[in-house]
Write a protein that binds this ligand. Structure first.
Ligand code: NAD
Length: 342
């Protein structure tokens, strides 16, 4: 189907399985007439090989121009003093909200009918990585320290993001996840601001609170009680992998990093060098990320079409990729999915 490509967006094919799954995803997006006019840019090892820089200025300029990027996984260069590309992107564009929806797609997964969203603060907390160690040889009394910070403004902004998300997507409840019983100031501030914001939504969105350790246990025992979870950086990092595990692991887990001026959509898994170039990769996590991108630009109609195609093809396990128990390669799975689009 040919459709007008009116929305400029940066496309980063990435490393390892990145280009294969990106090809699959753009094929499906084209099949439903998605309006993205792609500006293809390099990052990761592909960029190191071509330019010596894992995040070249052209890539940053492109995202600054489009405000929208779909990014395949990047291989993190080992050594050479390279800073994490994902952290650099978050800081460069102030991508303060990490959005991780978790839904059951594969029937018979250990936890059926899961539908929850985790909102993680993406810029502050312990990820400020203010660490120190004063070693004296291998002194057994050596001490390593780490500090973090949360700002009142950022706590307020992230909780507000979660409530706004709940309102926009018809969700009923937001849970503030914290550890204010121990980290009384660092996460107490988050809880304090969270309660303030929650008051503004009274009568529209319910709010409750959980201490992070209790939340982790309850997510395993009774995940259905959760709707939208909002939490600080480190807790969100850990809990979002836990929630991905509830529905079959990272192969189905998309994520979005959202800021005031840009949004970057990605699969949560890595570049899987062990299966790169073998037509074995499952493109669904990146496709679900592309679906979030469609919803971000208000094209829920197109994401709904892709989602119903996924739900239809998933009913035929033999058509799935091997990580999901099927027999298809990436290309065969993509062709099958295309046939199931309505
Ligand atoms: P990984 O997620 O790449 O792979 C873990 C396992 O899952 C492997 O066995 C792999 O084959 C499998 N797997 C992952 N995605 C798959 C898919 N779509 N289909 C089928 N199987 C899949 O994790 P890793 O091996 O720890 O990391 C490899 C590289 O990716 C590292 O350089 C790491 O730094 C990087 N990484 C990047 C991102 C990102 O860019 N967002 C995230 C995580 C890891």
């Amino acid at each position: 189907m040919s459709a007008e490509k009116t929305i400029p967006a940066t496309l980063i094919p990435g490393d390892g399985i990145g280009p294969e799954i990106m090809d699959a995803v753009t094929e499906i997006l084209d099949a439903v007439g998605a309006p993205f006019a792609w500006d293809k840019q390099l990052a990761g090892m592909a960029a190191v090989d071509a330019t010596g820089n894992p995040l070249p200025p052209q890539t940053i300029d492109s995202i600054r121009r489009t405000g929208l990027a779909l990014k395949s996984p990047l291989t993190t260069p080992v050594g050479g003093g390279f800073k994490s590309i994902n952290v650099t992107l978050r800081q460069e564009f102030g991508l303060y909200a990490n959005l991780r929806p978790t839904r059951t797609f594969v029937p018979g997964a250990r936890f059926d009918k899961i539908d929850l969203v985790l909102v993680r603060e993406n810029l502050e907390g312990y990820y400020a990585a203010m660490e120190s160690y004063i070693p004296v040889g291998d002194d057994p009394h050596g001490i390593a320290t780490g500090a973090g910070y949360n700002s009142r403004a950022e706590c307020n902004r992230i909780v507000r993001f979660a409530f706004e998300y709940a309102v926009k997507h018809g969700r009923k409840k937001v849970t503030l996840v914290h550890k204010a019983n121990i980290l009384k100031l660092l996460t107490g501030l988050f809880l304090e601001e969270g309660r303030k914001v929650a008051k503004e939504y009274e009568g529209r969105v319910e709010c409750n609170e959980r201490i992070v350790d209790a939340c982790a246990m309850q997510l395993v025992i009774d995940p259905w009680q959760y709707d939208v979870i909002v939490t600080t950086n480190l807790f969100g990092d850990i809990l979002s992998d836990l929630t991905a595990g509830l529905v079959g692991g990272l192969g189905m887990a998309p994520g979005a990093n959202i800021g005031e001026k840009a949004a970057v959509f990605e699969a949560v898994h890595g570049s899987a060098p062990d299966i790169a170039g073998k037509n074995l990769a499952n493109p669904l996590a990146l496709l679900l990320a592309a679906n979030m991108m469609l919803e971000h630009i208000g094209r829920d109609d197109l994401s709904a079409r892709i989602e119903s195609g996924i739900r239809a093809v998933i009913k035929k396990p033999e058509l799935l990729t091997r990580d999901l128990g099927g027999k298809s390669g990436t290309r065969e799975f993509t062709a099958a999915l295309k046939q199931h689009l309505v």
